[in-house]
Design a binder for this molecule. Structure first.
Ligand SMILES: *Cc1c(COP(=O)(O)O)cnc(C)c1O
Length: 416
């Protein structure tokens, strides 16, 4: 990045500092990962110079000889990896992808039904500060108070009562598997569309470490930058019958020119995700999350749903006498990056919730395995018990830094 350093030393220094930070810390935010150097190279390419409104073979601009081939390659790889009829790789990110899916299938004022945000759902699934509750009528299902699991009988009962036009299944903080078949059946019973938003778990699905919604969902939306380990971006996949309305919703209804540099990087990530190494990666992500959960339970932590089947663990810190905010800030000072998170039926406010959310995708990308997970939890336990002890946090920060240096991170050149 020599030219960047010369042109803009300020931005260069900030990027370098971030790179070092990502290298020297344990990044446990379950939506984050390390994109490969190949993905980052495609993203930082001359494709950012292009305008290519439209779709391959039907562009509004000339000069698309390479871009058409590139977008078709990304689409073909998505269709093959996720076994779907159709894929659109142009959505700018996960939230716009969901907006496009609703735009394609619904009229303003129609009823959407999604998992409530404080129970693990996403803003775009009908939460009240989001467009999805402003433009549509939103009803929300919740998880069971005792088990913290989705209660499919309760979902069915609510669907029968509310008669939604679309049922959304997907989450940002649900540590268990989704029963996509059950959602598909419920949607059929009430004549609703079934949208599976697999943003968090797309990489696990691609790796065969989580069941796929492809046989049951009408539409599947996903980000490409979480467990899938690609660039920030999104895709919408669907049955053939919805292909045209999905494509028209993305362009021209909601977006202009696609981000061709992102499309290139998505194509690279999809190729990587189809490899045997990625299959092993997905399996290890789940094994590592289970190792984190097991060690946390050993140390008396209270886990939402009692454990995990996927890449994330949601910890209720109430019994430890510390808030999620305080714990996450202390952990960050100690080089362990997590986020505060609401837990189901949280008596506290969303900005200062009772829990923290951790995940294994990024540390697994660095080659860490079960023994490293147990080491991480030991540090977490120590930090949470000593959240006000700046000296202890500083010592742990140094231990974490020394530990991280032994695990090369994809996309990051080892800083000298
Ligand atoms: C991350 C996420 C999104 C939104 O993606 P952005 O790229 O942040 O807009 C949507 N749905 C779910 C389930 C997510 O986890």
């Amino acid at each position: 990045m020599l030219e960047l350093q010369q042109t803009d030393p300020e931005v260069f220094a900030l990027i370098e500092a971030e790179e070092r930070y990502e290298f020297e810390t344990l990044r446990l935010i379950p939506s984050e990962n390390y994109a490969s150097a190949a993905v980052i190279q495609a993203l930082g390419s001359v494709l950012t110079n292009k305008y290519s409104e439209g779709y391959a073979g039907k562009r509004y601009y000339e000069g698309q000889r390479y871009v058409d081939t590139l977008e078709e390659l990304a689409i073909a790889r998505a269709k093959s990896l996720f076994e779907v009829d159709h894929a659109n790789v142009q959505p700018y990110s996960g939230s716009p992808a969901n907006m496009a899916a609703y735009y394609a299938l619904l009229q303003p004022g129609d009823t959407i039904m999604g998992l409530s945000l404080p129970h693990g759902g996403h803003l775009t699934h009908g939460w009240d500060v989001n467009f999805s509750a402003r433009f549509y009528h939103s009803v929300q299902y919740v998880v069971d108070r005792q088990t913290h699991l989705i209660d499919y009988d309760a979902v069915r009962a609510l669907a029968k009562e509310a008669r939604p036009k679309i049922i959304v299944c997907g989450a940002t903080a649900y540590p268990r598997l989704f029963d996509f078949k059950a959602f598909g059946e419920i949607a059929k019973e009430v004549d609703a569309y079934f949208l599976a938003d697999i943003a968090h778990i797309a990489g696990l699905i691609a790796a065969g470490a989580h069941p796929s919604p492809a046989p049951y969902a009408d539409v599947i939306t996903t980000t490409t930058h979480k467990t899938l380990r690609g660039p920030r971006g999104a895709m919408i996949m669907c049955r053939g019958e919805f292909a045209q309305s999905i494509d028209r919703a993305v362009f021209p209804a909601l977006q202009g020119g696609p981000h061709d540099h992102t499309t290139a990087a998505i194509a690279v990530a999809l190729k990587e995700a189809a490899s045997p190494e990625f299959k092993e990666y997905g399996a290890q992500v789940v094994r590592n999350a289970k190792a984190l959960a097991g060690e946390l339970l050993e140390r008396g932590f209270d886990l939402v749903s009692g454990g995990t089947d996927n890449h994330l663990v949601l910890i209720d810190l109430t019994n430890k006498g510390v808030t999620g905010k305080k714990a996450s800030k202390a952990l960050d000072r100690a080089g362990i990056v997590v986020n505060a998170n609401t837990v189901p039926y949280d008596p506290r406010k969303p900005f200062s919730p009772s829990g923290i959310r951790i995940g294994s995708p990024a540390v697994t990308s660095r080659g860490m395995k079960e023994p490293e997970m147990r080491r991480i939890v030991a540090w977490m336990d120590e930090v949470i018990a000593n959240a006000d002890d700046e000296q202890a946090l500083e010592r742990i920060r140094n231990e974490v830094r020394d530990f991280c240096v032994a695990f090369p991170a994809p996309g990051i050149r080892i800083p000298s």
